[in-house]
Write a protein that binds this ligand. Structure first.
Ligand SMILES: [Zn+2]
Length: 244
């Protein structure tokens, strides 16, 4: 009896995942003229969960912020970019060591992109057996690629101890990665490597540092509501309250 139940249960999960997988490949949404969000999906606790990454089109190549989570979409993303913008990806930066950010680092390095993370992320990738970038930076860094500039900012620990955000001054975009929770998120998600006590302070630092953002892009789910920093702070505070 138990076997039948667990068989039916497994079958239901399988069917549910198959149904979900059919429309969970690669989605690309323009944010402003030269900045695009891409979404790929992966299985997490029996559901297909979307992950956001971003790319910026410059006049000398495309910059990718985080790699797709779905390894099957590494090449389709390059193909779409090439078709849409007639450009190659020249630089790829991952914002913390988890595989929803770093999975494609090696692949894109092989395809000719310069791959970067912070030194902290670089070391954690090695320690945790995640794909590693070729290069690292040791402090907040201003990158200039063609006609675009953007800067990395380490706010302190949060979702992980190495999480960074990326600020595009001209476009007024905070690319938050998993450090920022979408207003659609009802909880803090994967807390295995998180430091909620510090997250609270780190979030406030980002709010203070970049107060006038037009867009705030979280690691997962929707970004149309701009209050995701405030929402993240609220979730962190709720979590800390429960811990008391
Ligand atoms: Zn994530």
């Amino acid at each position: 009896m138990r076997t039948t139940f667990s068989f039916i249960f497994s079958l239901l999960i399988y069917l549910n995942l198959t149904a979900q997988k059919n429309n969970t490949t690669l989605k690309i949404t323009p944010l402003c003229k030269d900045a695009f969000v891409f979404i790929t999906y992966n299985e997490y606790k029996g559901n297909m969960v979307p992950a956001n990454g971003m790319y910026i089109v410059t006049n000398t190549g495309v910059v990718m912020l985080d790699s797709p989570w779905d390894t099957l979409q590494f090449q389709p993303l390059l193909d779409s970019i090439e078709k849409r913008h007639n450009q190659k990806v020249v630089l790829c930066i991952a914002t913390h060591f988890h595989d929803d950010r770093t999975a494609g680092l090696e692949y894109y390095r092989m395809k000719g992109a310069k791959t970067y993370t912070s030194k902290q992320t670089y070391d954690l990738c090695k320690e945790k057996n995640e794909k590693q970038a070729e290069f690292y930076f040791t402090k907040d860094t201003l990158f200039t690629v063609g006609d675009k500039t953007f800067q990395t900012f380490y706010p302190g620990e949060g979702h992980t101890k190495d999480n960074i955000v990326i600020w595009l001054e001209k476009e007024k975009i905070i690319y938050g990665g998993c450090f920022v929770k979408s207003t659609e998120s009802k909880d803090l998600g994967n807390l295995n490597d998180a430091n909620p006590g510090e997250w609270k302070h780190s979030i406030k630092k980002v709010m203070k540092q970049f107060p006038k953002a037009n867009y705030v892009i979280p690691g997962h789910f929707d970004w149309k509501n701009k209050n995701s920093l405030k929402h993240t702070l609220k979730l962190v505070e709720k979590h800390l309250e429960k811990q008391k």
